[in-house]
Design a protein around this ligand. Structure first.
Ligand code: NAI
Ligand code: OAA
Length: 243
């Protein structure tokens, strides 16, 4: 079984949203996925190129047309959102390696929804901490793009996150048990066709999509906002392929 990692594409410059990369990166992802469908049709694909919320639906359409689509084998990489959430949750006074904040939804702005109520080890944040952390996690990528001032985006931390996620996929593929990571995948967790949530990785890719678990009022409101934007981004990807 092959694992293909796709990080190709333009990064943002200050002032751009991830969606502003669509016009360039949609075509790049389409042609790379056409190559994957021809050369290694059974590969598990980790898709990093932004805007992930739209490029994953594009990849799905390419694979459907090629007759090679298997939803379990297409995984959008959102690991960096979890890495940031775990790091910013340092207010817990715990090593980020010991913290786990599930981050669901998608990979852009309000679609990045950290479930701080489910943090492990368990902790109750104040409303101010929740608001600060949510904002910081949702805008972590933008923070880096602004700091790099035109020299690109979070290339290095993405390399860390991509390696971590690929390693988890490989461990699942060789049959290790209990490998769970957040990822943006074809999903029935909400009414949307794609959604990021905890996924159990196994020999065939995303073997099981885990439910969101209990959300508090703040997270439920965030989920509604996330779904609205995600729905538009998914539709944009599908429409690109139907042009
Ligand atoms: N999913 C995530 O969490 C993250 C996603 N990204 C995204 O990853 C992508 C790459 O970002 P960086 O590595 O920072 O950019 P970069 O500019 O350092 O690297 C991009 C690479 O893509 C290659 N490339 C461009 N067009 C290509 C094509 N048609 N075929 C094959 N390769 C091509 C370039 O040669 C370059 O090596 C961007 O779209 C960025 O927004 C970046 C960080 C986090
Ligand atoms: O923000 C960007 O453009 C790159 C990215 O996806 C991230 O760092 O999360």
């Amino acid at each position: 079984m092959d694992l293909v990692i796709i990080p190709a594409g333009l990064p943002r410059k200050p002032g751009m949203t991830r969606d502003d990369l669509f016009n360039k990166n949609a075509g790049i992802v389409r042609s790379i996925c056409e190559g994957v469908a021809k050369s290694c049709p059974n590969a598990i694909v980790n898709l990093i190129s932004n805007p992930v919320n739209s490029t994953v639906p594009i990849a799905a359409e390419v694979f459907k047309r090629a007759g090679t689509y298997c939803p379990k084998r297409l995984l959008g990489v959102t690991t960096l959102d979890v890495a940031r959430a775990n790091t910013f949750a340092e207010v817990l006074g715990v090593d980020p390696r010991e913290v786990n904040v599930p981050v669901v939804g998608g990979h852009a702005g309000v679609t990045i929804l950290p479930l701080l109520s489910q943090v492990s080890p368990p902790c109750s944040f104040t409303p101010d901490e929740i608001s600060y952390l949510t904002n910081r996690i949702q805008n972590g990528g933008t923070e880096v793009v602004e700091a790099k001032a035109g020299a690109g985006s979070a290339t290095l931390s993405m390399a860390f996150a991509a390696a971590k996620f690929a390693d988890a996929c490989l461990r699942g593929m060789r049959g290790d048990a209990g490998i769970v990571e957040c990822s943006y995948v074809a999903s029935e967790v909400t009414e949307l066709p794609f959604f990021a949530s905890k996924v159990r990785l196994g020999r065939g890719g995303a073997e099981e999509i885990l439910p969101l678990g209990p959300l508090n009022d703040f997270e439920r409101a965030g989920l509604e906002k996330a779904k609205k934007e995600l729905s538009e981004s998914i539709q944009k990807g599908v429409s690109f392929m139907n042009k």
